[in-house]
Design a protein around this ligand. Structure first.
Ligand code: ZN
Length: 614
């Protein structure tokens, strides 16, 4: 008997176009190759083959029933539950019904089905449905459900996988493909290619031919031949993709996208790429942080800290943000599409900030403070025993009477301090920053114990940065800079790029929530921190302190693991450099900054279907 193979037919939208090559003679077998439809093309969390109603988006893997069978009655001769017929309206059709036009075949489980179609013109036609199975398996051999679970980005440095295709391996993220094919199909390994696509369906990377070797089939799967691949790693850059140890089994991928497997160019099945499948805080899907970024000019109106001009500064920082976002994809965290991230180039602020009790936070003993704001003289009388915070409020009242609007913030008590100091930022009524200076003919303060200082920012000699002792409050120059930029929006992370830090050595720093300072969720890096990206991922590292609300580093207390992003001093431009994030660290991000945390920095992004061509 001749065989007419109908497979991998394009389905465009809800309009199925049947194969026009149909030219069967009477009594030819119709042979249809299908995949058990275990993936979730419509992203509703249910395998497409389990849905009782299939919206258009869930029909990607269906194969149109040839038009010549319209009106026939179908009867299962053997292998009944391995496939079904779905109507043009997306409803399963019971066997025995009359076949309407526009129907589809859908594979459900691997095996061979024989169906008899009783037609009016040609009598009985035998239909063979060869349903292949497609599974993803983890390092312990457990099945990873393509509908209720997902694939994740690699957090293990390249390594050799020992043993055969059934051997366990110690890599949480890499997954093997296991394919089971009915005996009746060709005995060669299936010709599978692998595409990695973005959330919008754009192709990012390809493995043109996935190497498959014979593997044992699961018990009770008679009539099938099985093949397995090496564990496939999903990576974010060429460094990790092209290392000799793993280049045959690595593919670049992005969070929210998908890995699409194809046989003969036609889509077989797909798996979504999200955060870790499981972690101490549960499975992690897709979480988005909102970042707002500024690049400082060295002087007012001068060149930006990076890039040489404004446009290059914006694109340099966006590229940095894109790299940091890709790395945090390991935890299911994205910072959004880098090309649309807001980046502003701004002047250093004027001296708008006055610090009361700066340093140790010693209380007032009585006296007078005198300063000028935009040229207007302000006088504040202090009384013995007043806290810096009380004096700051009094200064605000005086300033408001003079037509200013102030922002008062208290600072964390620094290590040797007696209490918190307080900062007053002077603003005009239109919220622009005012300029404070001292009266040239009078002391700033006659109070013997209360320290009063006007902050100023001079980036040409480097930003004076905090040390261990005042890390929680920041230096006066840092506070003057950052309080000019930070509008206090609690769910935002600010990224600030300065030309350089004073003294050399430091290339990035962060202000985190647990410092209990008014400065929080801020990352500062300098141009050396941007330059060190390939070896140290400075921005991603500093964002880690903020997202985890973690002041320390894993190597401060424990074993030095130079492959961890949060290692304090590792620098290496290779897949063995500091770029990996542990599951425990991902879980900490969810607990400290996730949607359910007390001060969330991350929102859960709904999982959307990925447009994939068949
Ligand atoms: Zn650090």
């Amino acid at each position: 008997m001749a065989r007419v193979v109908v497979a991998g037919v394009l389905v465009a939208g809800s309009c199925a176009i049947g194969p026009t090559v149909w030219g069967a003679q009477q009594n030819e077998d119709v042979v249809v190759d299908l995949w058990a439809d275990r993936d979730d093309d419509d992203a509703n969390g249910i395998a497409d083959g389990e849905q009782q109603e299939l919206p258009v988006l869930a029909r990607t893997d269906l194969s149109p029933v040839t038009a010549s069978l319209v009106g026939a009655r179908l009867r299962v001769a053997s292998g009944g539950s391995g496939a079904r017929v779905v109507t043009a309206a997306g409803r399963p059709l019971p066997w025995g019904s009359e076949l309407p036009s526009g129907a589809f075949w859908q594979g459900l489980s691997p095996g061979r089905l024989e169906v008899t179609a009783t037609t009016k013109q040609r009598g009985d036609v035998r239909i063979i449905l060869n349903v292949s199975g497609f599974d993803m398996r983890d390092g312990e051999g457990a099945r990873v459900d393509m509908a209720t679970s997902h694939a994740s980005l690699e957090r293990t440095p390249p390594m050799r996988i020992e043993g055969g295709v059934d051997a366990p391996y110690d890599d949480f993220d890499a997954l093997r493909v296991v394919v089971s094919v009915p005996d009746a199909m060709p005995a060669d390994a299936p010709d599978l290619s692998v595409d990695s696509v973005s959330p919008l369906g754009a192709r990012l990377d390809t493995i043109p031919r996935l190497r498959l070797v014979p593997a044992a089939c699961a018990r009770d799967s008679g009539g099938l031949r099985c093949w397995a691949s090496a564990p496939i790693r999903l990576v974010v850059d060429d460094q990790d993709r092209n290392h000799p140890l793993v280049k045959d089994r690595s593919i670049k991928a992005t969070l929210g996208g998908a890995i699409v497997f194809r046989r003969g160019g036609h889509k077989a099945q797909m798996i979504r790429v999200l955060g870790p499948r499981s972690s101490p805080a549960g499975p992690i899907g897709l979480l988005r942080a909102s970042l707002r970024s500024v690049v400082l000019r060295v002087t007012p109106g001068g060149v930006p800290a990076i890039g040489g001009n404004d446009a290059s500064a914006v694109s340099a920082l966006r590229s940095e943000l894109g790299a940091a976002s890709a790395i945090w994809g390991q935890c299911g965290v994205t910072f959004g599409d880098p090309s649309s991230l807001e980046v502003r180039v701004v002047d250093p602020p004027p001296p708008h900030l006055v610090s009361i009790g700066d340093g140790l936070g010693i209380r007032a003993s009585g006296g007078e403070l005198r300063l000028r704001v935009d040229g207007k003289t302000l006088v504040v009388v202090t009384r013995a025993g007043e806290t810096p915070g009380a004096v700051a409020l009094e200064m605000t009242r005086v300033a408001e009477r003079a037509g200013f609007s102030c922002q008062v913030s208290s600072n964390a008590t620094i290590a040797p301090g007696l209490g918190p100091s307080a900062d007053v930022s002077f603003r005009r009524r239109d919220r622009t920053l005012a300029t404070a200076d001292r009266d040239p003919n009078a002391p700033l303060s006659t109070d013997a114990t209360l320290t009063v200082r006007i902050g100023s920012v001079d980036l040409s000699d480097g930003l004076e940065h905090f040390a261990d002792m005042d890390s929680m409050a920041g230096t006066l120059e840092e506070r003057t800079l950052l309080k000019a930029i930070d509008d206090g929006a609690p769910a935002l992370i600010e990224v600030v790029v300065v030309p350089l830090f004073e003294g050399g050595g430091r290339i990035g720093e962060s202000f985190i929530a647990s410092d209990r300072s008014s400065l929080r969720n801020i990352v500062v890096l300098d141009r050396a921190g941007i330059r060190a990206r390939k070896s140290s991922l400075t921005l991603a590292h500093e964002l880690g302190h903020v997202l985890m609300d973690l002041p320390g580093h894993p190597d401060d207390y424990g074993v030095d693991t130079p492959t961890l992003l949060m290692d304090s001093d590792a620098a290496e431009e290779s897949p063995f450099g500091p770029r990996r994030i542990s599951l425990e660290e991902c879980a900490r991000v969810v607990r400290e900054s996730g949607p359910g945390s007390p001060a969330p920095l991350l929102v859960a992004v709904p999982i959307a279907p990925v447009p994939v061509h068949q």
